[in-house]
Design a protein around this ligand. Structure first.
Ligand code: PLP
Length: 446
């Protein structure tokens, strides 16, 4: 692909070739997918993507926070080709191969807690969560799990029972797994318990001790608390450090496992390898997927070795830890470690400042938040009432697309920016400029 500076929009959107593909898709592909706008990918490089009609876009969505090293990074492609030429599959469940072992060693070195660790390999985020859930039950011999309102942990039935983001994601699939209890998440822009973040000492967490563990389930029947260190799908919500610190104290006190679901927030996106590192606590189990292999399917569940002590046959997956995915992941981790985690921190701070400047100008922006290149802006109809500007958010996503910027929504009324971690400051400035123009069209520019 010849690199041209994004954006370059040459046709009406969608263009004729995109239109034809979307028409075919409409007949044969599951209608459950949530396509926000008609982007049909032809190729990509770095943070630039081209559609089938030759329109060039700046990508601040990265296939839902996946293409961590940018599209088709040459090192990742070379690692994939090299492994593919040797063998494509040999089921790490029944046989051994070195790339899976090496990735286990990398996770042992990188996972955000001390002591020896073991990893289970799957193909996706939801499977990584399923493994964590089963492991927690197996290890503690307890059945209960506490999750948070607004959380997203996946869509298979176990993880869906933990997910509490949008009702449509659960509608029609009940009843969910028993023994799952949801507590309010520390969304300080909209405090669920009417407190102020500076002196609340994460009062929202009292709901667990004072309500769930009193009225619903005995603490000695709860295996784990699962939490996204920064809520992703729920709106890119960053809790205060006390929230995770108190949660760590609570889980330790009751003998529950602390599972950090880092499927979206992990692998360098926030300017640290794992987002939980921002909060000064160590979980017992961590789940990773999305950015871990730059786009190749891979999910990993890493736990303290004394916890991941289940016997042969207890859990496995035919494709999990596919050798090509492992090779892509090893190349990805090398790039993250060498420069991209640092780039996420540096360019993320610059991008955040640009968004904060937009907040000064556009009254529709109620909140700007995030860490590194996991950035969200929440749109409101009125800054005082904080009435959610959901339609305006949808329109903003669309207006960005028309101007050559790919972004996604999160929650009811937030815009999420989850670009490849190779994003440059110039590209961040381009994104801010386009969002500015799009906001002017959406309205409420003050
Ligand atoms: N956990 C979190 C925090 C996620 O953001 C997601 C997906 O968005 C998942 C789990 C599920 O991952 P997957 O879609 O790969 O199954």
């Amino acid at each position: 692909m010849t690199v041209v500076s994004a954006p370059v929009i040459k046709t009406a959107l969608p263009g004729p070739k995109a239109k034809a593909i979307i028409e075919r898709d409409g007949k044969v592909v599951s209608p459950s997918y949530t396509r926000s706008y008609p982007f049909v990918m032809a190729r990509g490089q770095g943070a630039t993507v081209e559609d089938v009609d030759g329109n060039v876009f700046l990508d601040c969505a990265a296939g839902i926070a996946v293409n961590s090293t940018g599209h088709s990074h040459p090192d990742v492609v070379a690692a994939i080709v090299e492994q593919a030429q040797k063998f494509l599959h040999m089921s790490g469940t029944d046989f051994y191969y070195e790339p899976q072992v090496r990735l286990g060693e990398e996770m042992d070195a990188l996972a955000p807690f001390s002591g020896p660790k073991r990893s289970f390999f799957a193909n996706s985020g939801t499977e990584a969560v399923e493994a964590a859930l089963k492991l927690a039950r197996y290890h503690t011999k307890r059945y209960g799990v506490i999750a948070f309102l607004g959380s997203f942990h996946g869509r298979t039935l176990g993880s869906l029972s933990l997910t509490a983001s949008k009702a449509i994601q659960r509608k029609g699939f009940g009843p969910p797994l028993g023994g799952v209890y949801h507590a309010p998440f520390a969304n300080c822009y909209r405090c669920p318990v009417g407190q102020r973040p500076d002196d609340c000492d994460a009062a929202c967490l009292s709901f667990i001790d004072d309500q769930i563990l009193v009225h619903l389930v005995s603490p000695d029947e709860v295996a784990a608390v699962i939490v996204e260190p920064i809520q992703g799908e729920g709106g890119y919500v960053v809790p205060p450090a006390q929230f995770h610190q108190r949660l760590r104290e609570l889980t330790t006190r009751h003998g529950m496992l602390f599972i950090a679901d880092e499927v979206q927030s992990g692998m360098g996106r926030t300017g640290k390898m794992f987002a939980i590192e921002h909060f000064g606590v160590e979980p017992d189990v961590v789940t990773a997927a999305k950015g871990i292999a730059s786009g190749m399917p891979l999910g990993v569940t890493t736990a303290r070795s004394q916890i991941m002590a289940w016997p042969p046959g207890a859990h496995a997956s035919t494709f999990g830890g596919n050798p090509v995915s492992c090779a892509a992941s090893l190349a990805t981790i090398r790039l993250l470690r060498d420069s991209l985690v640092a780039n996420a921190e540096k360019v993320g701070a610059h991008f955040m400042q640009g968004l904060k400047d937009l907040q000064e100008k556009h009254t529709i922006i109620g909140d700007v938040r995030g860490k590194g290149l996991m950035l969200g802006i929440e749109l409101v109809k009125d800054r005082k009432t904080k009435e959610r500007a959901a339609k305006e958010r949808d329109r903003l996503v669309d207006e960005c697309f028309k101007r050559g910027l790919l972004v996604l929504g999160a929650g009811a009324n937030a815009l999420r920016l989850s670009p490849p971690l190779v994003l440059t400051k110039d590209e961040a400035d381009t994104a801010v400029r386009i969002i500015d123009e799009a906001l002017a069209v959406v309205g409420s520019a003050g």
